[in-house]
Design a protein around this ligand. Sequence first.
Ligand code: UDP
Ligand code: MG
Length: 315
Amino acid sequence: MDISLVIPVYNEEESLGPLMEWIGRVMEENRFSYEAIFVDDGSTDASWEVVLRLKERFPAVRGIRFRRNYGKSPALYCGFDAAEGEVVITMDADLQDSPDEIPELYRMVVGEGYDLVSGWKRKRYDPVGKTWPSKFFNWTARRASGIDLHDFNCGLKAYRRKVVKSIEVYGEMHRFIPILAKQAGFRRIGEKVVQHRARQFGVSKFGWERMIKGYIDLLTVMFMTRFGRRPMYIFGGLGTVMFLIGLVITVWLIAEKLCLQGRGLPLRPVTDQPLFYIALLAVGLGVQTFLAGFIGEMVNRSAPERNRYLVDERL
Ligand code: UDP
Ligand code: MG
């Protein structure tokens, strides 16, 4: 099979019909063999009934229905798990992404050898309240990850099958799939300018909280990449530095006191000296940080993935 489309759906009843007709048209014109996997993320409207009806008209339609709403990332995860095509393409169900992009995305993966091609909504049809924060977000993600993409969170992306089978999206990590892919060792990450359209039916499913969650997730992803397997490298390092600072100050305070005492000069009580409190804090925090590292290492030791390596080929 050439292409698996993975389409997360949450209350998009009006869009699904026109979307599938459009997809069917594009696929037929290009003679692709394909499947369209609709993952119904606990919709409370008639989305699932629409998928059932579409299945009768289009044999390529497959469906997965969640019992409740879990989020876009879990929907993508299950879609990826089920996908059988050589190239896996994700797109939003709300008709904001154009199926006309499919042939070119497919060609970039198969013909040009990209592992992942991300859409770039250069001209976006969304409210300013969404586009500006998104620009800032993308800038940070670019700096933090070293991946040169303009639009990390674009719903329209194409992957070599191997890629989606090697990464695990959860929580709200769909915004960082390119980073996850890079971590998994897929380096050929490309970008294609794609058409974007205004939402015709229904409402956006993400509110202002997306920004807060987006940033927290970015921090987590970056932390996990660098220290996920060896938490002691960061916590142990920081803890040691802090502890040493505290130790040096303490030694200094004691030495100073002994010195003054030896010469019979007047002594200041330690509680009158700011340095004493700094030393106290540094030692306390240092030990705590160090312990956090040990706990991290212990958690890691029992993590099921601790010895999971992504093998590309074997002879
Ligand atoms: N979506 C989903 N589960 C959710 C939220 C969204 O499956 O909990 C789907 C939604 O149906 C759409 C896609 O994810 O197909 C993108 O959502 P939306 O269009 O609301 O995001 P925006 O375009 O506003 O970024
Ligand atoms: Mg949308």
